[in-house]
Design a protein around this ligand. Structure first.
Ligand code: E4P
Length: 215
């Protein structure tokens, strides 16, 4: 399973990259709005830090606008892939971009049918938003399970990218269900590392080590 970080914050990305387990980055307009500086400079810097796909999202809603923005974004760095919402126009644009060899991450996916269409349009990634479904009392993980099964049934190569992750258990479930990628906020990456019994165990080993004869 690949692990992406879901942020546009350079400091967080640098810290996560140091771990050596980071495979890519997802950004969106809301995440970029939290950061200071020109968004293209931020995206370029992210690409320099992480050698993997860096999702940059279009904001145009029409096909020509999406294609123009995609063209602009892909010039920033070779690691940039294009994030396009699952809409009618988004699907048309995704088909054209994927035929040109440009990787698309179809985002804001909330149903298995949207995921089916994204795969048929040639999207490299589909991003089902788990947490936002949970927020409205739908089980977000059910959507991951359905998409993984549908893609397996027909051999679609589109990667299932579990997004809108809120806590570590979302990642456990996504991994058990066979999601290809999970994109995780920095705070949750840190939670993945921690276990109180690890801390207790280290404390005990260090205390006992003091009692060991060393000469
Ligand atoms: C996905 O790529 C999105 O950037 C992200 O996961 C959205 O998460 P949110 O629901 O926490 O905003």
């Amino acid at each position: 399973m690949r692990i992406f970080i879901d942020t546009a914050n350079i400091e967080e990305i640098e810290k996560a990259a140091q771990l050596g387990v980071l495979d890519g980055v997802t950004t969106n307009p809301s995440l970029l709005a939290k950061e200071k500086g020109n968004y293209k400079d931020i995206l370029r810097r992210i690409c320099e830090i992480v050698d993997g796909p860096v999702s940059a999202e279009v904001t145009a809603l029409d096909v020509n606008g999406i294609l123009a923005e995609a063209n602009d974004l892909t010039r920033i760095h070779k690691n940039i892939i294009i994030k396009v919402p699952v809409t009618r126009e988004g699907l048309i644009a995704t088909k054209q971009l994927s035929e040109k060899g440009i990787e698309v991450n179809m985002t804001l996916c909330f149903s298995p049918l949207q995921a089916l269409l994204a795969a048929k349009a040639g999207a490299a990634y589909i991003s089902p938003f788990v947490g936002r479904l949970d927020d409205v009392s739908h089980n977000g993980m059910d959507l991951i399970e359905q998409i993984v099964q549908i893609y397996d049934n027909y051999g679609f190569e589109t990667n299932v990218l579990a997004a809108s992750i809120r806590h570590p258990l979302h990642i456990v479930d996504a991994a058990l269900m066979g999601a290809d990628v999970v994109t995780v906020p920095f705070k949750v990456i840190e939670q993945m590392i921690q276990h109180p019994l690890t801390d207790v165990g280290i404390k005990k080993f260090l205390a006992d080590w003091e009692k060991v004869k060393k000469d």
